[in-house]
Write a protein that binds this ligand. Structure first.
Ligand code: EPU
Length: 438
């Protein structure tokens, strides 16, 4: 078992590059199931444990998978007979496995997927996925911990989502590419990752229109084929570095980051006194010695992303005054605050809103991540904390961040990742040079 050890108090300076987007590549891998001829050649693929897990599931489904990790390339070939069962061993480790259901149903007429269990950030039902697939003509049953979906043929129809679920939109969109006639998904998710998937599907021969708006129309086609596709850059990894730069009062250029995907974050950072410059090669973030408090509400895109909420609360806790964070997407996504309390944070949670009292003088502590973004928040807190912070449960971080500690070290953080059993040589316990605030 490993942990990350951070000696806080170092400003971040320099340049860091972001990877391809985790939340874009996972559905793109699943889209590989739809290509009955040719190879889906994905580039700019991040090397993450979730990506490896999706590859394992696809191999189990009899899809040929080659991942050249050095070149960040995956080749998926599903031209042979595809099998249709996703067992619990995959789905329990990664809920995003659910996104193979739509493609399997469309390609083979049958999908048997283990029901995912609980999740640290909320209950995460899949009713909207199932409702949409049923409307396309699938007969769906639930038994023995599995969802079984059957459809001799899928027929296009109008589907209204009660909530713009990312996963449901992806599943329905992929199923509809091979359905008869036209499918309309209203109140669908508008996330950039949805647009990325639609672009790839269209390159594979699908006819998807309107991705990025709240109505997507899909004209079904007879078959899809492989193509070359470059995965979009990771706006959440970019946002994490932007917040880390602001928290440490640093000056960082985040290469490959696209400001159009991070507008809500940029607006809030600017409100808090941080300078954000849109450059040709990425986004430059310059911190400030006095952060102003802010009020933030998470919402589906184009709202403030829930996947940046934990990281943002660290910045809000550093601000001079009381900030508010209202989480509207997941009901349990404040678990990181319990850990941050151990680092000196003061806050109260009222319903879905955290009232955060700043400015916090974070102090180093031993903390454990409860989910991916919570882990990123703890690392950022460690960067500004007085003394040593030790972050455990790194398996969550590895799901979504590639070489996080190396990238932060490259920016000047004093950070290391060690085997928990090793003798740890902590950095000198001398008084840490803190970025001054207020
Ligand atoms: N929901 C339902 N019914 C459904 C589907 C969703 O009630 O059938 C609810 C969920 O319980 C949740 C909300 O709708 O409260 C949002 O869920 P959504 O389906 O939009 O999320 P997702 O597809 O499960 C993706 C990302 C998440 C990200 C959310 C929201 C992937 C692989 N995952 O999940 O990413 O938080 O969209 O933007 O794309 C992360 O990267 O850390 C992460 C959790």
């Amino acid at each position: 078992m490993e942990k990350i050890i951070i000696k806080g108090g170092h400003r971040l300076f320099g340049r860091v590059a972001v990877e391809g987007a985790k939340n874009a590549v996972l559905p793109l891998q699943a889209a590989g199931i739809l290509a009955s001829t040719g190879t889906l050649h994905l580039t700019n693929v991040p090397v993450l444990s979730d990506v490896l897990m999706m590859n394992e599931l696809l191999k189990f489904l009899n899809i040929r998978v080659q991942f050249n990790q050095e070149n960040h390339v995956i080749d998926l070939n599903a031209s042979q007979k595809v099998s249709s069962e996703a067992p619990f061993q995959y789905v329990s480790k990664m809920r995003a496995s659910m996104v193979v259901m739509g493609p399997l149903l469309a390609r083979t007429g049958y999908a048997k997927i283990a029901l995912p269990g609980g999740c640290a950030i909320g209950s995460r039902p899949i009713d909207l996925h199932l409702k949409g697939l049923r409307q396309l003509g699938a007969v769906i049953e639930q038994h023995d911990g599995y969802i079984e979906a059957r459809a001799d043929r899928l027929v296009g129809t109008n589907i209204y989502l009660d909530f713009p679920s990312v996963g449901a939109t992806q599943n329905i969109m992929m199923a509809a590419t091979l359905a008869e006639g036209i499918t309309t998904i209203e109140n669908c998710a508008r996330e950039p990752e949805i647009v990325d998937l639609a672009n790839a599907l269209n390159k594979m021969g699908a006819r998807v229109h309107g991705a990025g708006t709240d109505v997507i129309r899909i004209q079904g086609v007879n078959f899809l084929h492989g193509c070359d596709y470059r995965v979009m850059s990771d706006r959440i990894e970019a946002g994490t570095f932007m917040i880390a730069a602001a928290a440490t009062n640093g000056d960082v250029v985040i290469e490959n980051a696209e400001s159009k995907y991070n507008e809500p974050l940029i607006a809030k950072l600017q409100d808090m006194g941080v300078t954000v410059i849109d450059q040709d090669d990425g986004i430059r973030v310059l911190g400030t010695s006095v952060l102003l408090p802010s009020t933030v509400q998470t919402a589906p895109y184009p709202g403030f992303p829930t996947d940046l909420q934990p990281q943002m609360t660290v910045l809000q806790l550093l601000a001079n005054g009381t900030s508010m964070m209202n989480e509207t997407v997941f009901e349990k996504r404040f678990m990181h605050l319990e850990e941050l309390r151990r680092m000196n944070a003061e806050y109260q949670i009222k319903n879905s809103t955290a009232v955060l009292s700043g400015p916090t003088k974070f102090s180093g502590a031993e903390v454990a991540t409860t989910d991916l973004r919570a882990g990123a928040a703890l690392v950022i807190a460690g960067l500004v904390a007085q003394g040593i912070t030790q972050v455990r449960n790194l398996k969550y971080l590895d799901r979504g961040y590639y070489h996080l500690h190396q990238k932060l070290a490259q920016l000047g953080a004093q950070i290391d990742r060690v085997n928990i059993d090793d003798q740890i040589e902590l950095a000198s316990a001398k008084e840490v040079n803190h970025p001054e605030r207020g």
